[in-house]
Design a protein around this ligand. Sequence first.
Ligand code: UDP
Ligand code: MG
Length: 333
Amino acid sequence: MTVAGEARQAEALLPTALQLTVVVAAYNEAQTLPLLHPRIQSALAAVPGLHGRVLYVDDGSSDATWQVLQSLAAADPQVALLRLSRNFGKEVALTAGLDQVTQGAALILDADGQDPPELLGQFVALWQQGYDNVHGTRIARDGEGWLKRATAAGFYRVIGRLSHTPIPADTGDYRLLSPRALAALRQLRERQRFMKGLFGWVGFRHVALPYRREPRMAGDSKFGLWKLWNFALDGVTGFSTAPLRVATYLGLATAGLAFGFAIWVVGKALLFGDRVAGWPTMMAVILLLGGVQLIALGLIGEYLGRLYEEAKQRPLYLIDSWLPGQAGTVPGK
Ligand code: UDP
Ligand code: MG
């Protein structure tokens, strides 16, 4: 091997040990990004020997986010940018970012400063101790209302019961993934992406890093209650078929009750004659059965709809532009 070749090989071996890409999905975060970036920069600089870079994914923002990102990239060679062709949602934006991290580990961070970048050193330290999935677990959620906390707590309880995939409670996307966890994650190409579940599915060595979730630095949350509800539905249907089984049991129970009721009605008519009464009971039974059937149909529809999304085999996302240009990457597959 040539000297240059050897040097290249040594370089490829050495920095991989401590190569880290901070992946930030940003949707209309023009206000927060200029505040966040210096914090990430100093957190990266504080870890000795770390080769850090920051990859911002603009998830089809409609404000000045892309301009802000471009000026950050112009001023800092550590910054790489990716812009999606439209707003695909946080889960897909993160996927797009993680797809680009082919060397070293990745740290996922929210753009609004709720996940303090200052903890970066602790994440890296745990990774160096051999953990593949260092996930930030919220011990406090400053600046989140009681409704969001209560629904979040309820959601983690439900999904914990229903799903066989371990999904740690109070754990968001703030986490570090080792190269092999990343490689594994890249193989999961399902359309309906519930990242917390996918991270759990991958397995390997997990460890929790407790932290205080701070309030947003500026701007508003993009996740209203309705969006969160749909997100929860995606989580449950993506990681459990228990609701389908519930529908089966509901059907069985109703059929059992209906059978008992039928015996009682027929018996009564045989013993005491049939005096064409009982309109209210009949209505009640019809409505109840109709309702139960619709619920079961709706449940099946939820799964069928998701199957349909999978069957279309569309790319997960499309890239509008990326900086610096990386030839040879096949985006979005
Ligand atoms: N985000 C995104 N695409 C979206 C919505 C949100 O990339 O369609 C990003 C957003 O810019 C932020 C992160 O996801 O970096 C979390 O969003 P947000 O702070 O609104 O959610 P919350 O913290 O309130 O759950
Ligand atoms: Mg936030």
